[in-house]
Design a protein around this ligand. Structure first.
Ligand code: COS
Length: 391
């Protein structure tokens, strides 16, 4: 469970502590075994509805549009994802996607777009999605080929987006495309309603920790210019600034997964007898637990530094958010793998919570910028800082 001493650090205020306590109390009885059976779309829609009704999704939008706090608060997003991740990967996913999908509107939308979309995201009546990746443009996001061709006050979208979480259940998608025939070159960002003619979900596929995901195809899909976020040409920045906010929260979810794995490892080791003692009595086990615990605290410090810098210092957090995601997700993978090892055969038995964690953690090292992308981002920022911003 979340080390309560972390919450006493100066990164946090009473609101964060109350959010942490309230969300743990809410989630604990609901998500008991990490696994779900049944249709993943219906499960996810149900979790969004429940999160909305309980008021937790209000942390994904600003107060003026139905949210809990005046602005998107990175520490609250991280506290919430860490708490939900502790109990259930799908619950974390459902919460996170409301934020990632609507974040570009909260950060860059006109007041009219904010009024139109955000209140229903906060109540869970509307499901959001973020559509950046393409079959040939994942890590290299600027290689995207989806086009938005302008004719007067209308854009026509053509192209394919894939790896789109919530594809098929989302009510709207924030979509990024290369501009054509516009006042400037570069990229645009658009809010596209799921029912817009010319937008189809052309593929659905399964991933190792099930959640709704698939491919979207845009064929002469007409979008009024009023659905554009920011000025023409600013689309790439919209995507990357949104990712700067949510990358730290991916690290927070990984921390929640890792804490669950550590607790399971301790419980299992204490219960398991071998060589005339418990597994927990063996120093080899204690060495593992010492490292797991240290990695979790180190990850928490990086995650909450990034979130605090954004909330309090109001500064761009590209470097610290990349470090938080890189370290916390890689550490969580190591921690969960060790927990599986301490479980022995039980660790690979399908349906065991630790086996589910092993599947849940894997995608976090890939989505919202793979580990290797974070390494490049950190290196670039570090080199730039060293040369006094002259690079
Ligand atoms: N915030 C705001 N603007 C940013 C930014 C950030 N964090 N990072 C870069 N930019 C701006 C740059 O300043 C530059 O602007 P100008 O053209 O005005 O100078 C522009 O964006 C392009 O930046 P850059 O040259 O660094 O882009 P690259 O194509 O070299 O690559 C990476 C940037 C690799 C970092 C980017 O493509 C990336 O993050 N890829 C991963 C994408 C991802 O996370 N995919 C998962 C999808 S969500 S599941």
């Amino acid at each position: 469970m979340f080390n309560p001493e972390v919450l006493e650090l100066p990164f946090f205020n009473e609101g964060h502590r109350a959010l942490h306590d309230g969300l743990h109390a809410w989630a604990q009885p609901r998500f008991t075994h990490r696994t779900h059976t049944g249709d993943v779309d219906a499960l996810c829609q149900g979790i969004v509805r429940d999160l909305g009704q309980a008021g937790w999704l209000r942390y994904t939008v600003p107060e003026a549009f139905g949210g809990a706090l005046p602005e998107l608060d990175s520490r609250s997003l991280c506290v919430a994802r860490q708490a939900l991740g502790y109990y259930d990967g799908l619950a974390d996913f459902a919460f996170a996607m409301q934020g990632l999908g609507s974040g570009p509107i909260a950060l860059f939308g006109s007041d009219a777009l904010k009024r139109k979309y955000l209140p229903r995201v906060a109540t869970g009546e509307s499901i959001a999605a973020f559509a950046l990746s393409e079959p040939d443009a994942g890590s290299d996001a600027a290689a995207m080929t989806t086009r938005a061709t302008r004719t007067g006050s209308v854009y026509r979208l053509n192209g394919v987006k894939t790896w789109i979480s919530n594809a098929g259940i989302a009510d709207f998608y924030t979509v990024f495309a290369r501009l054509e025939n516009d006042e400037v070159d570069g990229f645009g960002a658009f809010v596209v309603d799921a029912q817009t003619p010319g937008l189809r979900v052309t593929e659905r596929f399964d991933v190792c920790a099930p959640h709704p995901i698939g491919t979207l195809t845009f064929t002469d899909c007409e979008i009024p210019a009023t659905q554009r976020l920011a000025n023409p040409g600013q689309g790439f920045k919209v995507a990357l600034q949104n990712l700067d906010v949510f990358r730290a929260s991916v690290g927070a979810a990984a921390l929640g997964f890792a804490e669950a794995a550590l607790d399971l490892a301790i419980d299992r080791s204490a219960a398991r007898t071998m060589f005339g003692a418990t597994l927990l009595d063996l120093q080899m086990t204690q060495a593992a637990i010492g490292e797991m615990s240290t990695d979790i605290d180190a990850g928490a410090l990086l995650v909450y530094r990034a979130a605090w810098e954004r909330d309090v210092r109001k500064q761009r957090t590209t470097r610290s958010a990349a470090m938080a995601k890189l370290f916390a997700t890689e550490a969580a993978q190591r921690i969960i793998d060790r927990s599986v090892q301490l479980h022995g055969g039980m660790g690979v038995r399908v349906g065991e919570p630790v086996e589910m964690l092993y599947r849940e953690i894997r995608a976090l090292r890939i989505y919202e910028g793979a580990t290797e992308v974070q390494q490049v981002v950190i290196a670039r920022e570090t080199i730039k800082n060293k040369s006094g911003g002259k690079q």
